[in-house]
Write a protein that binds this ligand. Structure first.
Ligand code: PAF
Length: 289
C-alpha cells in the first residue's frame, strides 16, 4: 500500500503551460533538463532511456502521448496499450522527475494544420510501407521539444530510422537540443524489447528472436564478402522460413542517409521489419566492417 502511494506521487502535468512553468523553475535554479518522449506501455527499454537521461541532466521529463498522427488508418491506434497509472508508477520507480501527459486537444487543437516532413529519410524502409508515419513522428517530436525546451532528448536505437529522422529535423530546424540514441534493450534470447511484443502469443514469441538472429547472420555474411542484395534476400527468406507471416524489408543502408548500399566498404546499418500475427516487429544492427 505504501509502495503504491509512493509510486503514485510522480508529478504529472497535462498542459504545455504547466510543463513550461516546471521547466522554467528548474532552469531558474540552474538545472539542466532531459526529455524522454514515449507513447506509454513502458518497459525496460524506456527505463534505459530514463537512466541515460538521468546521467546527462539534472531533471528528467517523460512525456506520454499516443500520437494519433503517426498511425495509419488500418494501424493499431485504438488498440495501442494505454495504462497511465502503471506508466506513472514505472516512471516513479526509475526516478523520472515529471510526467507530461497532454490530451489530444492540447497537442492538436482545432485548426491545427502544420506537419513536419523529412523528404527522403521519411519515405524509405518503414516509411515506404507506413506512408505519413514519420511526418506524424517528426511533427509531434518537434512540438514536444519546443514545449519542454530540453537540453537533451533520448530515443531508442531500436527505432533506428526514427532516430535518424529526429536528428535530421533537429539539425535542419536549428533546435537547441542534443538528440541522444540509446542502445536497444533485448530479452535474453535477443528479441528487442518493444511495447508491441505484448501482441505475440507464446508460439509467436518463440519465433520472434529469429529477427535478430537473421540480421546477425546476414551481417556476418556481408562481412565475409557475400553480395549485399543476396544476403538481404536470403535474410527475407530465412524470416519466412522461421515463421514470420510477411517481411516488409531487410536492407543494408548508409547509417545517415538510409540509402541502400551496393557495397559495404564503410559504416552500414542492417534493418528489417516483419509481421508476426498482430505484431509488426522491427530491429536493426550496425555492421562493423
Ligand atoms: O518512439 C515512440 O514511442 C514515438 O514514436 C515517439 C518518439 C514518442 C513519438 O510519438
Amino acid at each position: 500500500m505504501s509502495g503504491s502511494f509512493a509510486e503514485s506521487t510522480l508529478a504529472t502535468v497535462r498542459s504545455k503551460s504547466d510543463l513550461r512553468a516546471r521547466v522554467a523553475a528548474w532552469r531558474a535554479a540552474g538545472e539542466t533538463v532531459a526529455l524522454v518522449p514515449t507513447m506509454g506501455a513502458l518497459h525496460v527499454g524506456h527505463g534505459a532511456l530514463v537512466e541515460a537521461a538521468r546521467g546527462a541532466a539534472d531533471r528528467v521529463v517523460a512525456s506520454l502521448f499516443v500520437n494519433p498522427t503517426q498511425f495509419g488508418p488500418r494501424e493499431d491506434f485504438a488498440a495501442y496499450p494505454r495504462d497511465e497509472a502503471a506508466d506513472a508508477a514505472f516512471l516513479a520507480r526509475v526516478r523520472a522527475d515529471l510526467l507530461y501527459a497532454p490530451t489530444v486537444a492540447e497537442m492538436y487543437p482545432d485548426g491545427f494544420a502544420t506537419a513536419v516532413r523529412v523528404a527522403g529519410l521519411g519515405d524509405v524502409l518503414c516509411g515506404a510501407v507506413r506512408p505519413g508515419h514519420f511526418d506524424g513522428v517528426a511533427t509531434v517530436v518537434v512540438k514536444l521539444l519546443t514545449q519542454a525546451a530540453p537540453d537533451f532528448a533520448f530515443f531508442g536505437e531500436k527505432d533506428y530510422q526514427q532516430l535518424v529522422i529526429i536528428r535530421r529535423v533537429a539539425a535542419d530546424l536549428d533546435l537547441p537540443v542534443r538528440i541522444e540514441g540509446v542502445a536497444t534493450v533485448r530479452d535474453a534470447d535477443g528479441l528487442a524489447v518493444s511495447s508491441r511484443n505484448a501482441y505475440l502469443d507464446a508460439a509467436q514469441r518463440a519465433i520472434a528472436p529469429a529477427l535478430q538472429g537473421v540480421l546477425r547472420a546476414a551481417a556476418q555474411r556481408i562481412a565475409e564478402g557475400v553480395d549485399i542484395s543476396d544476403a538481404c534476400e536470403d535474410g527475407k527468406a530465412a524470416l519466412i522460413a522461421a515463421g514470420f507471416d510477411k517481411v516488409d524489408y531487410c536492407a543494408c543502408v548508409d547509417p545517415e542517409t538510409l540509402q541502400p548500399l551496393a557495397e559495404a566498404t564503410g559504416p552500414a546499418r542492417l534493418l528489417a521489419a516483419a509481421h508476426l500475427g498482430r505484431a509488426r516487429l522491427i530491429d536493426n544492427i550496425a555492421l562493423k566492417l
